[in-house]
Design a protein around this ligand. Structure first.
Ligand SMILES: Cc1ncc(COP(=O)(O)O)c(C=O)c1O
Length: 454
């Protein structure tokens, strides 16, 4: 549809794309439905419009009314869009772990935002569940969207997301992988798909810390613990989750979810949120365990733009102790370093030892590559030069090429920091290259400083 009467008509009907590079080529085909291509950039637009229109039909929401919801942000955005078009007021109650971007976004859409602590029990009066209920009761003309228990949520996915997937895949689906927040997506889609073909296996990806996997496996309520991925996993059993439709639940930790989310951006050009990383981590493994020619369908719930200050920020990840060396390219390290130093400090082969020592002292470094134009000829170390000069004062006036050692190894700067660790165990530094030309220099010290950050 290219022309619509209002933005609400453009919700849903999202595209499906093959995950070509991250998926194992020897496993099943892997596909992702990109929900961030909906107007509010998340899967929650679908339920927002349906919930409000069901309230209108039932006469629960009247003109000039207010919509209240407990939301980690995306449902708020969907509801805010609908409220804007339909002239309702909106109040959203969010846990304090939610990114600043999401708060700003909702305020920009004209909504009121109330923040509550994450680390309290769900029945605590300060929890975001309790606060939203109270606000809906006390505000005249208000309704609680109640996405965790409102049956319109599951019905939306049964009526739209499920049939769209079936149609896009022409009925050729062997497994579906999603996450569980309210349970709406997985329950509605699984119910629809299993009605079409009961052999389709439903997998759920769930953060460590959520109680849902333990609940499925034992039917017992356990104690959850906090985690950082937003929008999925629970410390309650959502009324909209039919856990019997889920065949298997796999836990994923924050670090793996965030690493995968970042890889999706860099390898597939899919700029998605952390929960997409949680789901994709599981979907890749599921597809790898299946046969070529089979099809695994997964879902990308929201856009990465809501997490620029979170897992897409190296500083934030480092503060959380999750900036792994696999996540950072040598180019990124060079860019950080070049704020303090020229890109590459080197010395020419015909410079004197005296000049080389002065240069090291000026830049406060203890080794330098010897470059002739762009040719990597050798290396010098301050301690060796000083030792030689101590033995024979004439060394100071020799050309560097007369005393230099073997060149430092070169690595393409697109490689990860992890890739350089083995080399740096054997060498003092490495030269970063781009298209075989030297563009930077990295030492052991740089890597330790960058990943430690203290
Ligand atoms: C970012 C994100 N991913 C996934 C989900 C899960 O979707 P559902 O609530 O339909 O289970 C949510 C829901 O809150 C979400 O905000």
């Amino acid at each position: 549809m290219l022309r619509a009467e209002n933005i609400l008509q453009l919700i849903g009907r999202t595209p499906m794309v093959r995950i070509g590079k991250l998926a194992d080529p020897n496993g099943a085909n892997l596909w992702a439905k990109i929900e961030y291509m909906s107007p509010g950039h998340s899967v929650k637009d679908r339920i927002a419009v349906r919930i409000i229109e069901d309230f209108e039909r039932e006469g629960i929401l009247k003109p000039g009314g207010t919509v209240v919801e407990a939301t980690s942000g995306n449902t708020g955005m969907g509801l805010a869009i609908v409220c804007a078009v339909k002239d309702y007021a909106s109040i959203f109650v969010m846990p304090d772990k939610v990114s600043d971007e999401k708060r700003h976004l909702l305020r920009a859409m004209g909504a009121e935002v109330v923040i509550c602590p994450t680390a309290v029990e769900p029945d605590d009066p300060k929890s975001y569940y309790s606060v939203s209920k109270k606000l809906a009761e006390e505000t005249p003309g208000a309704v609680l969207a109640n996405q965790y228990f409102n049956p319109s949520n599951v019905q939306t996915h049964y009526d739209t997301t499920g049939p769209e997937i079936w149609e896009q895949m022409e009925g050729e689906i062997d497994a579906f992988v999603a996450s569980m927040g309210t349970g709406g997506t997985i329950t509605g889609v699984a119910r629809f798909l299993k009605e079409q073909d009961p052999s389709i296996k439903i997998w759920a990806a769930d953060p460590y810390g959520s109680i849902l996997k333990a609940y499925k496996d034992t039917r017992k309520m356990t104690q959850g613990h906090p985690y950082l991925v937003e929008g999925i996993g629970e410390d309650i059993i959502p009324g909209n989750l039919d856990i019997d439709l889920v065949d298997e639940i796999v836990n994923v930790n924050d670090e793996d979810s965030f690493a995968m989310s970042r890889q999706m951006a860099r390898k597939e050009g899919l700029f998605a949120g952390g929960s997409a990383g949680t789901i994709m981590r599981v979907a890749i493994d599921v597809a790898a365990s299946m046969e070529p020619g089979q099809n695994v369908v997964t879902i990308i719930p929201d856009t990465g733009e809501r997490y620029l200050s979170k897992h897409f920020s190296d500083g934030w990840l480092r503060d959380k102790g999750m900036l792994s060396r696999e996540m950072v390219s040598l180019r990124r390290l060079r860019q950080m370093k070049s704020q303090e130093l020229p890109t590459i400090v080197s010395v020419a082969p015909d410079a004197t030892v005296r000049e080389a020592l002065e240069k090291m002292s000026a830049y406060n470094v203890s080794q330098l590559p010897v470059l002739d134009d762009e040719r990597n000829l050798g290396s010098i170390r301050e301690s060796n030069l000083l030792g030689a000069a101590l033995e024979d004062g004439a060394t100071m006036d020799l050309a560097v090429e007369a005393v230099m050692e073997k060149p430092f190894p070169s690595v393409e700067e697109s490689a990860s920091v992890a890739h350089s660790v083995q080399l740096l165990l054997r060498h003092q530094g490495i030269i970063l290259t781009k298209d075989n030309r030297p563009v930077g220099f990295v030492t052991r010290h740089d890597i330790i400083t960058f990943t430690d950050g203290k």
